[in-house]
Every structure is written in C-alpha cells, then in structure tokens.
Write a protein that binds this ligand. Sequence first.
Ligand code: MG
Length: 447
Amino acid sequence: MVSLLLTAPVAFAAPKANLVIIFADDLGYGDLGCYGSPVIRTPNLDRMAAEGLRFTDFYSAAEVCTPSRAALLTGRYPIRSGMCGNRRVLFPNSKGGLPPAEITIAEALKGAGYATAHIGKWHLGIHEGSRPLDQGFDRSFGLPYSNDMDARADLPRGASGSPNPPHDGWNVPLLRDGKIVEQPADQTTLTKRYTEEAVKFIKEQKRRPFFLYFAHTFPHVPMFASPAFKGRSRAGIYGDAVEEIDWSVGQVLETLRKQGIAKNTLVFFTSDNGPWLIMGDQGGSAGLLRDGKGSTWEGGMRVPGIAWMPGRIKPGVTAQLAHTMDLFPTAIGLAGVKPPANVVLDGLNLAPLLFEAMPLPERPFFYYRGDQLFASRLGEWKAHFRTQPGYGQPKLESHEPPLLFHLGRDPSEKRNVSADHPDVLAQIQQAVNAHQSGLVPGAPQLE
Ligand code: MG
C-alpha cells in the first residue's frame, strides 16, 4: 500500500489558473501610452505592460467585429464557423449567429469546473443557441451587438461619429442573462457599470477557478464616457473613452491583487480590430501601421496585446507573432483540459512564450476580409493577394504577383519588394495552399 502511494502519479496538479480576457472595441495599435500614443493617458495599461509581456506583433483574427469575436472565443479562423461574409458583421435583423456546435473557451473551461462570465458587448448572435448563456457562460451583462445599431429613425446622418452623440439616439438594450434591463442602454455609464460587474464577479469566486470575458463597448462609435472622464483627454471624447477603459483595467487588476489571486490569474488585454479611421476625431490611430478597421493592411488587424500574470510572466516586450486564436489553446492549457476532439484549432498554447520566454515555432498568419483570404504573413514577410481600403468607397485590387512587404524594415507597408523576392512569395504561396487545402468553410451566418 505504501509503495503504491509512493509510485502513484502525482495527484496534486497545479491549481487551475483563472483567465480574464479584456477586449476593447476598435482600439487602434497607436492608442495606448505603452504603444506610443502621445495624447491618450493610459497609466494602468502602461503598468500592466511594464509588469507583463507586451506584444509588438499581436493580431486580431479579423478586420471587423463579429468574425474577430467568433475567432477569439473558438480559437478558429472565422471562415470555419461561417461567422464572416459580405455583410461583414451581424445586424439586429440577421438570422444567423455563432453555431451551437462551435466550442467556446467558456464551454471548454466550464467542463473543467470554471465559473464563467461574459460582460460587455456580445455581437455573436441574438437567437437561441448563439447567445452568451447558450455558449458556455453562467452569466452575462451587456449589449447584444454594437452600440451604433438599432438607430432611432430620425437620427441625423453622421450622428454616430459626432463628438457629442445624442444619449437616446440608439435603441440598443442592456441585457442581464438575456433579459432586457434597460432600453435604450444609458451608454454614458456603461464602462463604469461593466467594471463594477467585473469586480463583483471576481470577488464572488472563492472556491472555483473562473473565466471572465470582458468585452468593452468602447471605443466604438458613438463615443460616450462617464462624467468623471468626459472632457478630460487631449484626444477629445475618443481619448476620454479610452482613458475610462484604462481606469477599468486598473480596477480589475487591483481587485485581483487585493483578493490575493493575481499570481494565479492570466489577464490578456487586446482589441477586436484596428481603429475606425473614417470616423475622424472619433476614429483612433493605428500608429505607424497602414489603414485601419475593415482592411487587411496591418492597421486593420495588428492590435495591442498585453499579457499579465505577476510572478509567472517575466516582464518584457516580445516581437513574436501571436493572435487572438492562441487564447483558446492557452486557456485550456491553464485549465489542464485536452483540446476538443475533431475540432481544428488555429492557434498555439502561448504558455512556453509567456512563462518560459521560449520562442514560438514560426507559422504563417492569414488575413481574411470576410470569407476571402487577402494576405498572408510568414516571418517578417507579408504578401497581399488583394487589397481594399477598410471603408468609404473601397476599390478592390487583385495583385499578380502579390505585393510583398518586409514588416521589420517597412512596418508601414510602403515599399513593395515582390520583384526582388520570388522565393519568399513561393514560400508564402505554399503556406496558403496548405491552409486552404483541408479547409471546410462553415455555413454562412452573416447573410
Ligand atoms: Mg470592432
């Protein structure tokens, strides 16, 4: 009996780590102090970056909202779930949504005993099977879709991009566990109320590991901020909204510290896509990256990415390529859960990079616009097969040979060097062929 005990496999597995994902909406690569913004003050995110790992080359998996969120929660390119297409995102009159068969991070972790909460924007469907409580979340508090949807019929054109948008201009409801608690939602206090909800959820988790998916409504237009933040930023109401999100991040991290669980909680901060540049002063900045939301230029999909877990993650900056689809494998790794059977996952567990500063294997990244592959990156090289500006009256151009940029020497994608590097183009083409050869697109959900 004694020897049995001595030779038995270790039964004392490390405690399952908690996971908090904080997801901003339309926040650009250049909109935080720690990413070079000279005008928006983000002391809490700057501190999070200084204490954690800041990614220079972190990507959202899509150029707009709905597909980006689907990819983050499923760990899969949106084309696999059908959550992308010509209409670009879900609208209140859309019939589709995240298919029930898709497995979200929440579902995977719930199976391992995690408490799960969604706070903030959803935008993955309003019909049965696609809503937060149908997709693995124990509770949910937030908006079912974007804050500029369901506009009042007499709303003047351009109101959503106004520096002073009308309070009651959009009839979007605030839902708790699927039930309307306020309509229209009072958007001026949304960030504050989301934050109170997040702090409360974290404090309530005493015995169980937890997963909090905190998806902010801002800085997506129309732009609102609480009275405590309105009029405070040099960057106008856009800066006010980002500075309030920064405050919110500070509240979440401080709660984790005070509860004594910071060392056992991975917090990841990122954005769903680049800045919505056609909104002018309310559109944010991609810094030195080209274009913004809606495009497959770097500004559309490369976003801030900050990982924090004090004592576990060594502070630093990494140029390793990583993306939101890595968060699913990373999450199940933290929980000690096996990957779901018969599901193609497109990401990697980031644990070796986060906790041991080991480089990730080189892998290609694919930039989709809707359900079309527009570009691909391999190492420092990025090839564009097609290009199209994010918004406005976008002219689609096909490129043969593809445009080729070196993202190290030319991060703004200004100097096409494809004529000099046919070998690189051939390598990227090979990666694209391998990606597409076994790909089974999901039934389109956005049409
Ligand atoms: Mg967005």
